[in-house]
Design a protein around this ligand. Structure first.
Ligand SMILES: [Zn+2]
Length: 348
């Protein structure tokens, strides 16, 4: 009886210890999850404009949607502050300036208000105010900073040209069209497309001549290369930080890419990757079914792998980005041995 009582007591103790351990595990897991959500989320998932408020209410771990509307003048102004301040006591970060202007105007750019916001912010920072104090009460700043960082993180910084010792500072991404090759484009993001099924145009069409060398805007890994019914011969390059996926489509019939290029390759910003063409809109490979030769250039943001493919994809309007990149174009030359065009940055 007594021994039985001790046994029961021990059993009870074991159960209590076991339950406590279980509670501790649950608490640790929950705590870890909260910490991860807080660290990863940093900002709630929001959209701009009408959807911003509703989405802000949702507790989510990563950004679900981004509209990018900053016009060329605003991008150039923020970039100028960033570059001009690189040796000054107060270094101005163009992404912070842009995020601030977006948070001030709700992501809607009208007139020159945004430029005024950026000027005012630059003045306050130069006068010694701290960014974190200025934005402390701005509800959407962190969202815009994270969203704009995803778009522009690889764009500006120190970089070195192949044959130069001294590093340069500035735009280190390139126009998708090689220097000295003409192209025309307009803001066609969201336009209706009807081939296959009714859908929106999720990129920018750069109209030019067949054979125009196409340049890798940013460095990264070749993730897709080959035929797609819609894009024809196309290349997809994922940035090293994984946040941006660059899509180059409708490339030239018969010789779409630099011949040595293959899936898994790492390319540098400014490398020639292939040639403009008019392939696509065909289930059959290597068919020119596009009316006007052009490069379809697109940028997708991937905050979470669930957004890589399918209806959760986030594509950005790159029209103003392409305009910004016109100030940084890669000269090319033909390699006499391979017949391919290659970067010729010595002359840049
Ligand atoms: Zn297109």
């Amino acid at each position: 009886m007594r021994r039985g009582g001790v046994f029961l007591l021990k059993k009870l103790q074991t159960r209590v210890v076991g339950t406590a351990a279980l509670f501790l595990c649950v608490a640790l897991i929950a705590g870890g999850l909260t910490w991860r959500l807080a660290a990863r989320g940093r900002a709630d998932a929001v959209s701009v404009g009408a959807n911003a408020q509703a989405q802000m209410e949702e507790e989510t771990a990563f950004i679900k949607w981004v509209d990018f509307n900053a016009p060329l003048a605003v991008l150039e102004q923020a970039l100028r502050y960033d570059i001009d301040s690189r040796t000054e006591a107060v270094k101005l970060d163009w992404i912070a300036l842009l995020a601030y202007s977006a948070a001030m105007n709700g992501g809607v750019y009208k007139g020159d208000k945004a430029c005024g916001h950026i000027d005012a912010l630059a003045e306050r920072l130069r006068a010694g105010e701290r960014m974190r104090d200025i934005v402390a009460d701005m509800r959407y700043y962190r969202y815009y900073f994270e969203a704009y960082s995803a778009i522009l993180a690889g764009f500006v910084g120190s970089y070195r040209l192949l044959h130069e010792d001294a590093p340069r500072y500035g735009l280190k991404v390139y126009s998708p069209v090689a220097k000295a090759y003409g192209f025309g484009h307009c803001d066609d993001f969201g336009d209706a497309r009807t081939y296959g099924y009714k859908r929106s145009h999720l990129g920018n069409d750069l109209m030019g001549a067949v054979g125009t060398p196409v340049i890798a805007v940013e460095g990264g890994a070749v993730q897709a290369l080959g035929w797609s019914e819609y894009g024809g011969w196309r290349v997809g390059i994922r940035s090293h930080d994984g946040l941006r996926y660059y899509y180059y489509a409708h490339m030239r019939k018969d010789h779409p890419y630099v011949k040595t290029l293959k899936k898994g390759d790492i390319v540098r910003a400014g490398d020639v990757i292939g040639y403009m063409g008019m392939t696509g809109y065909s289930r059959k490979e290597n068919v020119d079914n596009i009316d006007v030769p052009h490069l379809h250039f697109g940028m997708q943001l991937i905050f979470d792998e669930s957004q890589e493919e399918g209806e959760k994809e986030i594509w950005i309007d790159v029209y103003h980005i392409v305009r910004l990149l016109e100030r940084h174009r890669m000269p090319v030359e033909k390699d006499a041995v391979t017949g391919e065009y290659v970067r010729a940055e010595v002359a840049a």
